[in-house]
Design a protein around this ligand. Structure first.
Ligand code: GLC
Length: 421
């Protein structure tokens, strides 16, 4: 079934005054969320944008990568570099990089037990990972500004150790694919794709606390956790981010070793996750690596990878991304296919990633659409989100039918729209 025939890249973007208003809004949002200082307990300096107050006051790994990319699109190279250096500083000597760092704002007593930390109180960070995008952001920020030539090189040893940490701790079966042990390690915390895998241990359910307790009991040794339970996933989005970072590291170092490793991840996604029937890339759950058949936007994420054959990508676009029954919505790219029973386009106080359109999804997939020749569709997706953002502000996500802004206000990564226009 063909939803939309490829058309040449249109090159028509939003009008200059629209772009100027959007940039202004993005700058105000990121600057309003800017936090800098030194950590009281050990004097470590920090400078980053929190995603949004009052709900998201900490520093999240992938949010900060997106903030830095948006800032560099806005020409604020100094703060883009400062935010990435802050993320880099949170690395352990062995290359582990945490999902969330609290700096001077540890979670309150009511929320603390639900953070994936070593103990219940007194933590500075979580023991979990987030989609590994630091190398991607580092390359983008370094390339955007020649004023600090040393910047490009300073992260390389840590980024290399980070990639090695991921391979050692999160790919124990050495099939090339990383495993997550908690749903929110993919950044799409409550996605319905995790409902059949995690059941009562899903991120939005009370059992999530028990899952975290179990990981604590294993001392956050992910190899042991993966060996001993069924509650883990070889996640397509995380592995797409991993391959993109390996590629970025390959380009920054000129070392083909990283590029070869990236190709291995792409091959593993093609061999193991690509479902011949639907043409989607499916997560693999548990020790049996059972394909997860709920269709969510992460099944389209490999569109962003250069090594995926164009025929595979065209199928993803025509049969899913632009199909008006699935992801071809009026505004943005819905986080769940509209024909999935779990699809809910509206705000849900307890759960996210169950239908609404998020800006980072468009940021990852729109360049691929343009590259494949679907320029008009790409412009339509970006234009719909820009209209929504100018009307309702930079929100955490938008209703894919109406464009109504929902959840957090002044949400940092929605500033990525400035990188798309
Ligand atoms: C929510 C999102 C996650 C994001 C965090 C901070 O938990 O699901 O992806 O990193 O908020 O914005």
């Amino acid at each position: 079934m063909t939803a939309t025939a490829p058309v040449p890249v249109s090159g028509r973007g939003p009008a200059p005054d629209t772009v100027a208003r959007l940039r202004d809004q993005a700058r105000r949002t990121l600057d309003g969320n800017w936090r800098e200082g030194v950590r009281r307990r050990d004097g470590v300096p920090f400078a980053y944008s929190c995603p949004s107050t009052p709900r998201y006051r900490h520093m999240w790994h992938w949010d900060s990568c997106f903030h830095a990319i948006a800032r560099s699109a806005l020409g604020d190279h100094a703060r883009a570099r400062a935010e990435l250096r802050t993320v880099l500083r949170t690395a352990d000597p062995d290359g582990f990089l945490p999902h969330t760092v609290f700096w001077n704002h540890p979670p309150g007593w009511r929320r603390a037990p639900f953070y994936a930390t070593r103990g219940v109180v007194g933590n500075v960070r979580t023991e979990t990972i987030d989609p590994p995008l630091l190398a991607v952001a580092w390359e983008r920020v370094a390339a955007a500004d020649a004023a600090d030539p040393a910047f490009a090189a300073e992260a390389l040893p840590v980024l290399g150790r980070h990639m090695d940490w991921l391979a050692h701790h999160r790919d124990p079966d050495e099939d090339g694919l990383l495993t997550i042990v908690l749903p929110d390690e993919s950044g799409v915390d409550d996605s319905p794709k995790y409902d059949p895998v995690y059941g009562r241990y899903a991120h939005h359910r009370m059992g999530s606390f028990l899952l975290i307790e179990n990981c604590r009991r294993y001392g956050w040794d992910s190899r042991r956790i993966i060996r001993s339970t069924e509650l883990h996933v070889e996640d397509v989005l995380v592995n797409t981010a991993y391959a993109l970072s390996l590629q970025a590291l390959g380009r920054m170092t000129g070392d083909a070793h990283w590029t070869r490793r990236a190709a291995r991840v792409e091959d593993a996604l093609l061999d193991r996750c690509l479902d011949a029937g639907s043409g989607l890339f499916l997560d693999l759950a548990g020790r049996q690596e059972k394909p997860v058949r709920v269709s969510t936007w992460t099944a389209l994420a490999p569109l962003a990878l250069p090594g995926i054959p164009r025929a595979v990508k065209h199928r993803l676009v025509e049969e899913h991304l632009l199909d008006p029954r699935r992801y071809g919505a009026a505004v943005g790219i819905p986080s769940v296919a509209m024909d999935e029973p779990a699809f809910n386009p509206r705000f849900d106080r307890w759960r996210c990633w169950r239908g609404p359109s998020w800006v980072n999804t468009a940021w990852l997939l729109v360049p691929a659409l343009r590259d494949l020749g679907y320029g008009e569709a790409a412009d339509r997706i970006v234009g719909g989100l820009v209209d929504a953002a100018l009307r309702d502000g930079l929100r955490e996500y938008y209703d894919p039918h109406t464009g109504a802004g929902m959840a957090a206000r002044d949400f940092g990564w929605s500033a990525l729209l400035t990188d798309l226009v």
